[in-house]
Design a protein around this ligand. Structure first.
Ligand code: TYM
Length: 341
């Protein structure tokens, strides 16, 4: 396996897996390969929770109707990707008030200096210079609360979230240092070779759902759109296919995509294109994406036919999450000295 930081000390039966995605735009191929795809495969874990991080999305202005639509859509996508809502807990962050409640407490155990060092805060402040709000600054504290509420051991994420999991560990360690072993220390679960998918138009930058349409493939794109976007992906002026992210970021990104979707080492994928041109690589990448997304889209479309049923699933799953979260929150309230009635 090519995962990093696999929590070797954790017995599978004791594993609690937690991750979340923001419903703030179209879910991209980057989100899929870096995170969503890796949410499956923890069948022996004690608990698996996958959250729609709607509260996190509010750090950037959202259209309210669109946010509601995207939240339901992301929940349906989780299920369409194979996460059974009976075996996994699939829910919206705002439906479980414990997240924001713990977040307030943890804000009081997090230093401004620590938050100031977060690269996502710096990036987002630069991108949204007219709206550098306090939520953007304390974002990692809410994320730490998401994770720590469930005594999470394992957090499957892309590499860009590693720093946030590290600050979460720092906050937990600080709290435990004062009050005893209240929180489990989580480990990020990051697949080395596919932890970062790059933008199609600027392959030295991360593929991001908040960038222009042509720079990413969405999980919901039609086959024609996928072919068109991949065909236009920026490469370089040579005609040699080799994996070299520094000197050939565009070609290496396409190779990474093929490698991840075909479950083959990237060098093996590159070797398969010996003597062929960039057109062949692009065709192969596009077809691999279409093959992966077509069954997911079919299942997703079927699920969205019955929004009432989806809402009922979310409600039931939120109650299950809340029951687990309350155990930790009660303990925290007691430890810090809040009056219990
Ligand atoms: P978000 O919504 O930006 O991204 C969701 C997940 O997708 C991964 N990802 C990528 N992986 C590879 N290549 C890319 N180009 C790429 N773009 C995004 C991200 O690393 C992430 O795993 N803060 C989180 C959401 C969150 C969360 C949490 C995650 C809230 N609470 C608790 C884990 C645990 C975020 O903004 O993800």
């Amino acid at each position: 396996m090519d995962q990093q930081n696999q929590p070797a000390a954790v017995q599978e039966k004791q594993q609690v897996v937690f991750s979340a995605i923001q419903p703030s735009g179209s879910i991209t191929l980057g989100n899929y390969i870096g995170a969503l795809r890796n949410f499956s495969g923890f069948e022996d874990a004690k608990a698996r929770l996958y959250c729609v991080a709607d509260l996190h999305s509010l750090t950037v202005r959202q259209d309210p109707a669109l946010l509601r639509k995207r939240s339901l859509s992301l929940a349906a996508l989780y299920i369409a990707c194979g996460l059974d809502p009976k075996e996994n807990i699939i829910y919206c962050q705002s439906h479980v008030p414990c997240h924001t409640e713990l977040s307030w407490i943890l804000n009081c155990f997090t230093y401004m200096g620590e938050l100031n060092r977060m690269t996502q805060f710096k990036d987002k402040s630069a991108k949204h210079a007219d709206n550098i709000n306090a939520g953007l600054f304390t974002y990692p504290v809410l994320m730490a609360s998401d994770i720590l509420l469930y005594q999470t051991t394992t957090v499957p994420v892309g590499i860009d979230q590693k720093q946030h999991v590290e600050i979460c560990r720092d906050i937990a360690q600080r709290f435990n240092g004062i009050y005893g072993e209240v929180f489990t220390l989580p480990e990020p679960y990051i697949r080395k070779t596919s932890a970062k998918i790059q933008s199609l138009s600027e392959p030295t930058k991360k593929m991001s759902k908040s960038d222009p349409e042509e720079s990413f493939v969405s999980v919901f794109d039609t086959p024609d759109a996928i072919r068109r976007k991949i065909r236009r992906a920026v490469t370089d002026s040579e005609n040699e296919i080799r994996y070299d992210p520094e000197n050939k970021p565009g070609v290496s990104n396409l190779l990474t995509i093929c490698s991840a979707l075909e479950n083959k080492p990237v060098e093996e994928v590159a070797a398969g294109f010996a003597g062929l041109g960039y057109g062949a690589l692009k065709d192969a990448a596009a077809e691999a994406i279409i093959k992966e997304f077509t069954p997911i889209q079919e299942k997703y479309n079927a699920l969205l036919q019955n929004k009432d049923e989806l809402s009922a699933i979310l409600q039931e799953n939120a109650s299950r999450a809340q029951a687990l979260a309350m155990k930790t929150l009660r303990k925290v309230y007691k430890k810090v000295g809040l009056l219990q009635l």
